[in-house]
Write a protein that binds this ligand. Structure first.
Ligand SMILES: [Zn+2]
Length: 271
């Protein structure tokens, strides 16, 4: 016989799971592209803070395989605003420029004929991610191996990768002068043209920190669109092309978490 205490605990657990995963929520319509946000594809480092930014390669393989099986069209970020991409569609984005994007993510994308957009920081060596607040504030990420320019060229040569701007120094745009912010946003367009022979069509705000004036700067710089770290599924068409939300992919969730995020853009009600 179930005791009242046990019954109470079961109900509480069910309520907690419902709140945490919001599994009962209907899926956001599948005619709206899912823009996924990744950083690294590598094994976890025990005892470190940022394992949620590290999606293990076998998990990433399962995710891309699922997308292929469900017949998602893979888009580059520059294609998000195209009039009518075949649906359902997905745009994989990788922020910052970690070396494992070439060593791990690319071979999995090749296997499933996927493609991705790389929001590349121009100056990747040194402590570029160490002095800002928000999601990568310390040396743990600064010391992760980054792509060299030669490796970026290797990625581009596959035809699977598109470059996007992510500022020169991974600047917190709200903490620097207007003039510096404008330069940080604009510089990648000329810099990438010189280094890689391509002009990045879209932009990602470092740390997802931005204000309306930064959206205008991205537009004035010539970017077609910009992505944020606001969790969610973009509108079709998006409310603002310079505030495209993304679906955060956590390295700490298995396939059920991934599928829930694909359905509604978030794992639960808020994240
Ligand atoms: Zn970043």
């Amino acid at each position: 016989m179930i005791t009242p205490l046990l019954a109470g605990l079961s109900i509480l657990t069910l309520l907690w799971l419902s709140w945490r995963y919001a599994w009962w929520r209907p899926a956001t319509p599948w005619n709206r592209p899912r823009v996924l946000m990744y950083h690294m594809v590598c094994c976890h480092r025990p005892g470190t803070r940022f394992n949620k930014l590290r999606v293990p390669p076998d998990e990433f393989r399962k995710q891309v395989s699922w997308l292929r099986r469900k017949e998602f069209t893979f888009l580059h970020a520059s294609e998000l605003l195209a009039t009518s991409p075949p649906m359902p569609a997905v745009c994989l984005t990788f922020d910052d420029g970690y070396r494992d994007n070439l060593l791990e993510a690319d071979r999995i994308l090749a296997e499933f004929e996927g493609k991705a957009t790389l929001y590349l920081v121009t100056e990747r060596e040194g402590s570029w991610s160490s002095k800002k607040k928000a999601h990568h504030p310390d040396d743990e990420l600064a010391s992760e191996p980054k792509l060299s320019d030669e490796e970026v060229r290797e990625l581009l040569a596959t035809g699977r990768w598109e470059l996007g701007g992510h500022t020169t120094t991974h600047a917190n745009l709200s903490k620097i002068s207007t003039e510096d912010a404008r330069r940080e946003i604009l510089a990648a367009r000329q810099d990438f043209a010189e280094r890689f022979g391509v002009i990045p069509p879209t932009f990602a705000y470092p740390f997802g920190i931005y204000e309306p004036r930064h959206c205008r700067m991205a537009e004035e710089a010539g970017y077609l669109a910009a992505v944020t770290v606001e969790p969610g599924v973009m509108g079709s068409p998006p409310l603002s092309p310079y505030e495209i939300p993304r679906v955060k992919i956590s390295g700490k969730e298995g396939m059920p978490g991934f599928v829930l995020r694909m359905r509604g853009g978030k794992r639960g009600l808020s994240k």
